[in-house]
Structure formats: structure tokens, C-alpha cells
Design a protein around this ligand. Structure first.
Ligand SMILES: NC(=O)c1ccc[n+]([C@@H]2O[C@H](COP(=O)([O-])OP(=O)(O)OC[C@H]3O[C@@H](n4cnc5c(N)ncnc54)[C@H](OP(=O)(O)O)[C@@H]3O)[C@@H](O)[C@H]2O)c1
Length: 300
């Protein structure tokens, strides 16, 4: 398999899949800022010939797969478009991983932790879900495809699977979790694991460059409730902000697919990153810093 540029091996070259997506854009900017050799592509993952040709053309050492069918305007779309969802999230994702395997390329998959829901053994103030726990959330077809593909993809020995949850950027991009909940008419109030991109995306590059493999829960440590997030947002970014809550039962009446609520255990991730001297801030601290960056950038 391709290795990092140390010890005379060929220098790292990153190819980002899903090139026009939100996470992909952040990855590209990050890698360019680090002065790395980076390319992006919009080739469809399920098109085997085109994928192989793209890998041959760019000759990456590392693929960062940030492509996936997330539904528009949201995952409810996947309920009514099951074949298209499977084509991307199952067939396409596996195909890209397999093509990378055949060509000896390390493949990092930006996956989801929205495959769990709280249960008696995992209440919000109890232990979080481990990477080895079987998925137990089947409330949405989107999550189902992601859980199934992970189950088989983890057997590829060129593959690093990073489970993001409710990603948050330092701006108010429409895909930012904060932007979404700030715009809802009513919002539930449940603690969840969240991924602050400024903290975690550099870690993804670090893990990829070190050739790490397997599954990692890829969130900041801890869980934070919607009301805690919105209170911090109000206190730091938008003093006039107000919101209303509703219950899970009331929420169920206005959405088609269920939404996962869970806390992930991040011990495996923080221990591994500790080997490289990289620290991921706990979620409450991370949100505070994120909103301070937003404020400093003039976001209102
Ligand atoms: N944002 C979240 O809340 C969140 C949370 C956890 C995990 N994730 C995962 O992280 C990844 C990136 O998410 P994102 O928020 O950046 O999503 P995004 O903005 O929707 O970007 C995904 C990109 O993937 C492309 N794509 C979809 N199917 C493809 C296929 N079969 N072949 C090639 N490209 C394809 C899309 O292009 P088209 O629009 O042209 O199809 C889009 O540009 C996804 O896999 C998502 O499931 C996201």
C-alpha cells in the first residue's frame, strides 16, 4: 500500500472524492493550506471504469472519500429514493474502496455515527457506543445504508472509516448542524456527539498520512444538548436569538425518517491521536471556541 512520503517513499498525493460537497470543500482548503498535493473529483463512485481511470490519471497515494448521498433538502429524500441512495452509499462507496485496494491506495471514508440510538445500556449519561458495537438505529434508510456498508467495508485492509456526527463548521453554511437547528421552527433537546470540523478534519489527515486503518468514532469527546448548543450560540454569536422546543413525539409528526440521537465513545480516537501529540477538545469547550471564531470572523 502507498505510504507517507517519509523514508524515500513517494510523496503523498491526496484525491478527494465528492469534490463539490461541503466536507470535501473543507478538506481541500485544509490540505491546500498545509501545502499538500491535492486533487478533487466528481467522478461517480459506482462507475468502476471511470473510477479506475481517475485513479490511474491522478495516481494518488491517498483517497479521501467525502462523497455520499445525503438527500436534499435532508435525509427524508432517501426514504423515497432507495435505489439511488444504495447506488451511492453502498455500491459506489464499496466500489471506490475496492478500486483503491486493487491499486494499493489508502482510502479514508467520511462515514456517519448516526447508526445508533440511546438504549437502556447506553443512556446519554452512561457509556458511549464503541466502534465494535453493532448498529442499532434503523429509523432512516440513509442510516441503514451507511451501517450496512460499514459492516463489510471494515474488512478492507486499505480502509480508514471515520464516523462523523452532526458536523459543525465555523461559519453558518446551510449544512452546518448549528445553522440547521437555528432555522427550525422547533427543536428537540437531546444530548448528542458532534463533530467540530476545525478540530477533527486535521486529525483525519494525520490518521490517513500515518496509514491508520479500521473504524473510529470521529467526534469531539462528550455529548451536548441542542439547548446547550443554542444557548452558547446566543451568548457568543447572536444575542437576540430565541428558539422553541418540542418533544420527540411532536418531531416525529413533521419528519419522514427518524433521526439518530446517541453518544459515541471517543477513547480509541483520542488515544490514537495522543500518539501524534494531537488533542481534540471536549465538546462544550470546542463549541465555545467555534462560536468565538465565528464571532471574530464577523458572523452574526
Ligand atoms: N453533513 C452531515 O450532516 C454528515 C454527517 C455525518 C456524515 N456525513 C457524511 O459525510 C460525507 C460528506 O457529507 P457532506 O455533508 O459534505 O455532503 P454533501 O455536501 O451532500 O456532499 C456529498 C457529495 O457527494 C457527491 N456524491 C453523491 N453520490 C455520489 C456518487 N455516487 N459518486 C460521486 N459523488 C457522489 C454529491 O454530489 P451530487 O450532489 O452531484 O450527487 C456531493 O457533492 C457523506 O458521505 C455524508 O453521508 C455527513
Amino acid at each position: 500500500m502507498a505510504t507517507s512520503g517519509r523514508n524515500g517513499a513517494r510523496p503523498n498525493r491526496f484525491l478527494i472524492w465528492g469534490g463539490e460537497g461541503w466536507v470535501a470543500g473543507h478538506l481541500k482548503a485544509l490540505l491546500e493550506g498545509q501545502g499538500k498535493d491535492v486533487f478533487a473529483t466528481t467522478v461517480r463512485m459506482e462507475n468502476r471504469e471511470a473510477v479506475l481511470a481517475e485513479l490511474e490519471r491522478v495516481k494518488p497515494t491517498h483517497v479521501l472519500n467525502a462523497a455520499g448521498c445525503t438527500g436534499r433538502p435532508n435525509v427524508d429524500w432517501c426514504e423515497d429514493n432507495r435505489e439511488a441512495t444504495m447506488r451511492s452509499n453502498v455500491i459506489g462507496t464499496l466500489n471506490l474502496t475496492d478500486c483503491c485496494f486493487l491499486k494499493g491506495i489508502h482510502c479514508t471514508v467520511f462515514a456517519t455515527g448516526c447508526i445508533y440510538q440511546y438504549d437502556d445500556a447506553h443512556p446519554w449519561d452512561g457509556p458511549g457506543y464503541l466502534e465494535t458495537d453493532p448498529a442499532n438505529f434503523s429509523g432512516s434508510f440513509y442510516s441503514e445504508t451507511k451501517a450496512h456498508v460499514e459492516e463489510v467495508m471494515k474488512n478492507y485492509n486499505n480502509c480508514l472509516i471515520l464516523r462523523l456526527r452532526m458536523p459543525v463548521s465555523d461559519d453558518l453554511h446551510p449544512r452546518n448542524f448549528v445553522t440547521k437547528i437555528a432555522k427550525y421552527e422547533r427543536v428537540v433537546d437531546i444530548p448528542n456527539s458532534n463533530t467540530i470540523l476545525t478540530d477533527l478534519l486535521p486529525a483525519s489527515i494525520l490518521l490517513a498520512e500515518h496509514g491508520e486503518l479500521g473504524i473510529y468514532n470521529f467526534t469531539n469527546p462528550g455529548a451536548i444538548s441542542h439547548n446547550e448548543v443554542l444557548s452558547l450560540f446566543r451568548d457568543i454569536v447572536r444575542p437576540s436569538f430565541m428558539w422553541k422546543n418540542f418533544s420527540l413525539d411532536e418531531q416525529a409528526k413533521v419528519i419522514k425518517a427518524g433521526r439518530s440521537n446517541c453518544k459515541l465513545d471517543t477513547t480509541k480516537l483520542t488515544t490514537k491521536l495522543g500518539e501524534y501529540g494531537y488533542v481534540v477538545p471536549k465538546i462544550h469547550d470546542a463549541y465555545r471556541k467555534c462560536f468565538e471564531r465565528m464571532k471574530a470572523a464577523g458572523v452574526e
